[in-house]
Design a protein around this ligand. Structure first.
Ligand code: S3P
Length: 187
């Protein structure tokens, strides 16, 4: 049980936004932060799937990646417009690629980049088959290329970078909560 006397200070009008490559642990970490802070978790992939009524893989297959990217932009604009507070927002790995989306993310909250290396990503994401971009003959090559393209994107939007390769979930969660508390208490 958390001890209220030692609970971190998180003011009432802030959100924590998680960004990072597929398989870096955004959903798991987001769920755990949500439990500890009693904040709801908003997952952009899940919301899009719910709104459209199709899986991410089906949206890609039936309407193309461009359509999925437009849905991401519409959604992140909406989330910003709702002026939500005290939420954890876990984003699809490609959402920050559009510059417009990065602008919204920065406005929505404290942005944390969960960074992971190729081996970690392949181990965590390689087993599932719901990520269309990794359904390829050579996932390592694809991940290496996409990571090289996206590093600057994540780094541009992030307030905090956590290298998760050698951390377990509880260490990552602890680091995020401590840093977010410090950040929020400074303005
Ligand atoms: C994507 C990441 C996925 C999902 C889609 C595209 C990407 O989300 O949005 O398959 O371009 O990196 P996760 O990062 O939650 O797997």
């Amino acid at each position: 049980m958390p001890d209220p006397a030692h609970e971190p200070f998180i003011p009432s009008n802030h959100n924590i936004v998680l960004v990072g490559f597929m398989g870096c642990g955004k959903s798991t970490v987001g769920r755990e932060i949500g439990l500890q802070l009693n904040y709801p978790l908003v997952d952009t992939d899940s919301l899009i799937v719910e709104n459209v009524g199709l899986s991410v893989a089906k949206i890609f297959a039936e309407h193309g990646e461009g359509h999925f990217r437009d849905l991401e932009t519409d959604l992140i604009r909406q989330i910003h417009g709702m002026e939500c507070t005290n939420q954890i927002i876990s984003t699809g790995g490609g959402l920050p690629v559009r510059e417009e989306n990065r602008g919204w993310l920065k406005k929505i909250g404290y942005v944390v980049w969960l960074r992971a290396g190729v081996d970690t990503i392949l181990e965590r994401a390689g087993k599932s088959n719901h990520r269309p971009l990794l359904q390829t003959g050579n996932p390592r090559e694809v991940v290496e290329r996409m990571l090289a393209e996206r590093d600057s994107v994540y780094s541009d939007v992030a307030d905090l970078v956590i290298n998760t390769d050698d951390l377990d979930i509880s260490e990552t969660v602890h680091g995020i909560i401590e840093s977010a508390s410090y950040h929020f208490s400074n303005y």
